[in-house]
Unconditional design. Structure first.
Length: 172
């Protein structure tokens, strides 16, 4: 049997592929090549899961076409979509803003994709969706939703904060 596994480099996928290969099935993996090592013995196709329809179309091919020939065609295909609608200057602006603390007027401690999309619409006059911001962050390995990784923190505005923290201190 011929199997196509999307991903296949982590725990469950890797175990599944190894079992399929042991049962002498023909396995092809389709992944970005970013996380784990590929399983030896499986054919590998690099790509993003969002373009899985392109992969499936190329793997179907015609009768008598070899699988390796069809996969080579996938690499040379250009994107069927339209050119980018969001200018590069906006992409750069979002990436730069992501690495900074949001303006105090917004009343937030860190950026969320929704807040970033709203801010760009307000300041730049260009609509970007929350999903687009999330994808941009993911594609650039940015994780602004984890403020503890930014190396900053906020001190409580409670006037009794100092008293409370001194009395609740575990270390003496």
């Amino acid at each position: 049997m011929r199997l196509l596994v999307v991903g296949g480099t982590s725990f469950v996928g890797r175990t599944f592929i190894e079992a399929a290969l042991a049962a002498e099935h023909h396995v092809t993996t389709f992944n970005r090549g970013r996380t784990g090592a590929d399983v030896p013995g499986a054919d590998v196709v690099r790509g993003d899961r969002e373009s899985v329809t392109i992969l499936l179309a190329s793997l179907r091919g015609g009768r008598g076409t070899r699988c390796s020939t069809r996969r080579a065609g996938l690499v040379s295909q250009t994107s069927p979509g339209e050119p980018r609608q969001i200018p590069n200057r906006i992409r750069a602006r979002v990436l730069a803003l992501t690495r900074t603390t949001p303006p105090a007027a917004l009343g937030i401690s860190h950026w969320s994709s929704t807040e970033m999309a709203r801010y760009i619409k307000k300041t730049e006059g260009v609509y970007v969706s929350q999903t687009w911001v999330s994808r941009l962050w993911r594609d650039n390995d940015l994780q602004p939703l984890q403020p503890w990784r930014q190396g900053t923190f906020k001190i409580s505005k409670d006037p009794r904060f100092e008293d409370k923290s001194a009395t609740s201190s575990v270390c003496t």
